[in-house]
Ligand binder design. Structure first.
Ligand code: PFF
Length: 444
């Protein structure tokens, strides 16, 4: 049987959750929203909203042991075939994978450049990053091809021999590199400043934008709204306690985001740099800092970007899996054929995404003030992911037999825990997401 072991599932789901979202995005949005207070709001969003939706996807997947569309139909009270529309979620994963692979390509580039001269000023680092994304078409295509090829190679081997195995190797290595970097950060005087920055909340910094950013990040970091967790859970044997496993994944994911934040802020503060560098924090601010640390700086730079690639690869393979399972299970397609079709899709879209940021192609590959790369990001994280999460919660709250859910949950946890979760997904989560949704669209 192509099933995860219990630990295999936890590693694979944690591998999916821990990615660029934790090591690249979390530190820079924490910096943008002023540190401690944002971290606190983010933690609340993870516990009350992210974890609830995670459990929602997990319970549907594990109970139905099927692809997204079949799982919705099977779990619904009415068994209505129209629930197959839930299969729309697979598209989001493929679109995210398209630009995620491009970003992973940039990181490959940074691993290589870490062996040579590092930029010594922010201007030089900004210029190097700008040149990479706006001028270096051939290089970006090569890197994107390497990443896409790696992802395709891994998923072709299936759940057990591909996804479970790669996570079994890369996740412990990622853990080791991060522990090494954390130990180094601990030796720096600025570690205590980083701690203070992340854990002393200044509530004057909290506004609507910060709340919504925290909520959006909670979804992205836990890989929700793409059908990934649902699909992975469909390969989780029914007897495994999915609640405990889900909580473990959320803990690992959150711990790694916090550790990445502490490492990056220690480095930044040690060099007297600002925490507000935005998306360029990792690609522009860090290399300048590393350049001041001599040989050690090069070693740390290589280790840091390798950690990012490892984290990203284990997330990337999880984005394509919902589509593969959908095609193989619903259309009896071979895994190889499904991989070729989905692989071709994200490969081509990735090339469109990277071209859309280059001087030559930007004008033709932009619309309404956004290039194709930004559109792919916007459509997935601002529209498709929240929409999928609402559909999932409303589905469970209103179209699934409550007794069935109660039975499944109380085999593992108390009645009280079940009731809390049920009320969260039935009321709080959909309302919170609708607010996020409308705000991102600029309606409120
Ligand atoms: N959770 C990943 C990260 O934090 O980088 C991103 C992600 C993975 C999003 C898988 C969606 C997904 F299906």
């Amino acid at each position: 049987m192509n099933h995860f072991s219990r630990i295999g599932f936890i590693l694979a789901a944690a591998g999916s959750a821990v990615g660029l979202g934790n090591i690249w995005k979390f530190p820079y949005i924490t910096g943008e929203y002023g540190g401690g207070a944002f971290v606190l709001v983010y933690l609340l969003a993870i516990v009350f909203i992210g974890l609830s939706v995670f459990l929602a996807e997990a319970v549907i997947g594990q109970n139905a042991q099927a692809d997204i569309a079949t799982a919705f139909i099977k779990t619904s009270k009415s068994k209505n075939k129209n629930w197959k529309f839930s299969g729309f979620m697979i598209i989001a994963g493929l679109i995210i994978l398209s630009f995620y692979s491009v970003v992973l390509g940039w990181i490959l580039n940074y691993i290589i450049t870490s062996f040579g001269d590092l930029p010594t000023t922010t201007e030089a680092a900004g210029q190097a990053f700008g040149d990479l994304i706006s001028k270096n078409i051939a290089g970006q295509i090569v890197f994107h091809t390497v990443i896409a090829g790696t992802v395709i190679f891994i998923v072709l081997k299936g759940i057990k021999d591909g996804i479970e195995k790669i996570n079994l190797i890369l996740m412990p290595l990622l853990g080791l590199i991060l522990i090494g970097l954390l130990i180094y950060a601990l030796t720096l005087d600025s570690f205590s400043d980083a701690l203070k920055y992340m854990f002393t909340p200044d509530f004057s910094k909290i506004n609507g934008d910060a709340l919504l950013a925290a909520l959006g990040q909670a979804f992205f970091t836990l890989s929700l709204g793409v059908g990934t967790i649902l699909t992975y859970s469909a390969s989780l044997p029914k007897k495994v306690n999915f609640v405990k496993s889900s909580v473990m994944v959320a803990i690992v994911d959150t711990a790694i985001a916090i550790i990445a934040g502490l490492i990056i802020f220690s480095f930044l503060f040690e060099a007297g740099a600002k925490s507000t560098g935005g998306p360029g924090l990792v690609f522009i601010s860090l290399p300048v800092i590393f350049s001041g640390w001599g040989v050690l700086g090069h070693i740390i730079s290589v280790a840091f970007f390798i950690a990012l690639v490892f984290a990203g690869i284990t997330s990337a393979v999880s984005m394509i899996e919902p589509s593969l399972k959908f095609f193989t299970d619903r259309f009896s397609m071979s895994r190889a054929k499904a991989t070729v079709i989905c692989g071709a899709f994200f490969y081509v879209f990735g090339i469109i995404a990277l071209l859309s940021m280059t001087g030559e192609f930007k004008p033709v590959l932009s619309a309404f003030g956004k290039n194709a790369f930004d559109w792919m990001d916007f459509i997935t994280s601002s529209i498709m992911m929240p929409l999928a999460a609402i559909v999932t919660c409303v589905f469970l709250g209103y179209f699934v037999d409550k007794e069935l859910l109660r039975r499944i949950f109380t085999a593992h946890v108390s009645e009280t825990v079940f009731n809390i979760w049920y009320n969260l997904i039935k009321f709080l989560v959909p309302i919170a997401i609708i607010i996020l949704f409308l705000n991102k669209l600029g309606i409120i």
